[in-house]
Design a protein. Structure first.
Lengths: 216, 216
DNA sequence: CACAGGATGTTAACGGCGTCAACTTCAGCC
DNA sequence: GGCTGAAGTTGACGCCGTTAACATCCTGTG
């Protein structure tokens, strides 16, 4: 097996697993997790439905792969916007602004890629739902690089005296919860029909509020 | 038509709509929105699948009804736990504790009734996803009685000088986002496998944090 | 270099789901 | 007391996920 084998009529696809994931990601992007349909992905790759079973244990497994892609995309988008941000001189101010930027990046991705975002956090049958205790750094999981950056930023808040040490525990959970919940309220929930400008204002106020709860 | 017509072998059910919703609610309670299956609800009521179409436009419509029930159950559970709470003398302290209790009640319901909670906030095809701007009080919607109580509590925070008026706008969104996001991270997300005691500690810290961001 | 065997894809089929069309039963009203 | 329309039934269609049995290719070993 290998990459592409010329333009022959090849019976064997060559890289079917990735092709299927790609097609499924496209489906997820336009319709969320419930749109990642095994037969449709196979069809769009030009292969028979059952061929997928050579590479995935079933639809749930394919969905799981797409979910991982969604998480990676979220992380990539966040780190990208973070790196684009101008760095401030005052380390305390830098940490605060950085925390706000992380939250904004999260919500921005959710709004710009609703299908992928919802897939990244969809329920995925029985296999442990993303294992990782929530309090230890998962360095081997690239999709949570952004999570590590959040942790570091919170540490910086403590180090610069912006955040009291006794507030540090579970601070990432509080921050994450807020932006995650807001994203979902905007995507599926009661904030869905809010016009963009009002929505953005609400996002800003919410980020300000949670950061205010963390610092001091 | 009417309520129950004795114990005869009745061809007509009498109250099929509610019976179907009841069965579907049970399904949702044990498996979330993806478990509310029209045929299964009909089967468990002892009626043919297509009978449901006399009372619902389709599966999505049935799910919509179940969703409303889930929202009502959430609201009822919250107001109940709120009313059970002892009232404090100091109005400022009362408002703060009340806000915390609202958050706790929300998350508690999510943990105790995961299927219903997820159904209450599941995506519901095209019909407007819960319309209500998020900033005006929807008194005619019983499922959001709890939301009104949140609003009132936030007003009380301002009135007692615990919260600065300029922080008031969108405060309910910030509060709601945090508890909503935390609930979902606990149900489906990375916090799912956290042992109950650690989980409760995280919940308390998170509630403390967001309330801290709101007051002062 | 042949060829055996595993990896990869295919066709055929099953059961379950949502949904439509056409038929049947019942309950109430002139 | 028949008629009419609401409420429920049977039957069928298409789509989905999944399994079993078969076909094709690729690769490594003698």
């Amino acid at each position: 097996m290998g990459a592409i084998t010329g333009g022959k009529s090849r019976y064997h696809h060559g890289d079917l697993r990735n092709a299927l994931i790609g097609a499924a990601v496209e489906l997820a992007a336009e319709g969320g997790p419930e749109r990642v349909i095994l037969r449709e992905a196979a069809r769009s790759v030009g292969v028979s439905p059952t061929a997928a079973y050579r590479h995935f244990s079933g639809q749930g497994d394919l969905l799981h792969a797409v979910k991982a892609r969604g998480q990676q995309a979220l992380a990539a988008s966040m780190t990208e916007t973070l790196h684009a941000r101008p760095r401030l001189d005052d380390p305390g101010e830098e940490a605060v602004r950085r925390a706000e930027a992380i939250g904004r990046g999260y919500i921005r991705f959710a709004i710009e890629h609703p299908g992928l975002f919802r897939t990244a956090f969809c329920r995925t049958t029985p296999e442990e739902p993303d294992a990782f205790t929530g309090l230890e750094a998962p360095d081997d999981r690239p999709e949570f690089a952004a999570f590590v950056e959040l942790s570091d930023t919170l540490d910086a808040l403590v180090a610069t005296g912006r955040m009291r040490p006794e507030n540090r525990p579970a601070a990432e959970v509080a921050a994450w919860s807020t932006v995650h919940g807001l994203s979902l309220l905007i995507l599926d929930g009661p904030l869905a029909r809010l016009p963009a400008d009002q929505r953005d204002a609400v996002v800003e106020r919410t980020i300000t509020t949670i950061v205010a709860g963390l610092v001091r």
